[in-house]
Ligand binder design. Structure first.
Ligand code: SAM
Length: 232
């Protein structure tokens, strides 16, 4: 677990929602709504919201799946506390402050795992995907929203301009933590491309990997299935 990343999110927690909506011109809400919609129609009773942050996805999941239990995991208590109000009326949301690399959760105990803009922050990518795979039931779904390293086109131009000059400046000014918003941008350039991440998923027991560009490839949504067990 990275103490530096944990400290960073703890420091920006009070301003996280405001800055997210402001820097994305509220498009982030649409991305999350759309992601929750992708799971619609599935029979989900236990859902893990990994790197749940201020609980926007958890809130959406509870609305879409009123009979499901949602376990929201994040290693920054301040992020979870900032969002607690959003799920306060639900008895079905369980907040858990824990490291995503080592989840205190049983094997094969979730029908779905969602991770919104968190997978890039889990420093050991291999360990993180193994943990997700472990807690998912065979046939269960993994849904990821993330900013992958752009390889060209509109997304690359966006990151070289708005991402490079506006986000660190504005984010730094409002959060009073310029390092945090610089880190968030730099971490995109150091992260996998969407193609590399698809390969990681396939190499780690996921199949039916579907990806969707969001806003011209600025973000991506991935839906993948934990390959069912083959009985001999
Ligand atoms: C960019 S925020 C995303 C929050 C939320 N899912 C959303 O859609 O806005 C990333 C979150 O991942 C959490 N995080 C980063 N590394 C983690 C780790 N190793 N274990 C658990 N949570 C982690 C951070 O504390 C932060 O709340």
């Amino acid at each position: 677990m990275s103490k530096a990343v944990q400290k960073l999110f703890t420091e920006i927690a009070p301003k996280y929602d405001f800055l997210n909506h402001c820097l994305s011109l509220t498009i982030d809400r649409r991305w999350r709504d759309r992601a929750v919609g992708r799971l619609k129609g599935q029979k989900l009773t236990r859902i893990l919201d990994l790197c749940a942050g201020t609980l926007d996805l958890s809130q959406g999941l509870l609305e879409e799946f009123p009979r499901a239990q949602v376990v929201a995991v994040d290693f920054s208590l301040a992020m979870l506390e900032s969002g607690r109000q959003k799920v306060a009326t639900s008895m079905a949301c369980h907040l858990l402050c824990a490291d995503g690399h080592s989840l205190p959760l049983l094997d094969e105990s979730f029908d779905a795992v969602v991770c919104g803009f968190g997978i890039r922050n889990l420093e050991c990518r291999q360990r993180a995907i193994e943990e997700i795979h472990r807690v998912l039931k065979p046939g269960g779904h993994l849904l990821i929203l993330e900013f992958f390293r752009p390889e060209g086109g509109l997304a690359k131009a966006f990151y070289q301009t708005y991402g490079r000059f506006v986000i660190p400046k504005l984010g730094g000014l409002i959060s009073k933590n310029p390092e945090a918003y610089q880190y968030l941008q730099d971490s995109i350039q150091r992260f996998y491309s969407i193609y590399e991440y698809q390969a990681l998923l396939r190499d780690n027991g996921f199949s039916d990997v579907e990806t969707q560009k969001l806003s011209g490839g600025i973000a991506h949504e991935i839906l993948a299935c934990k390959s069912p067990k083959i009985e001999d």
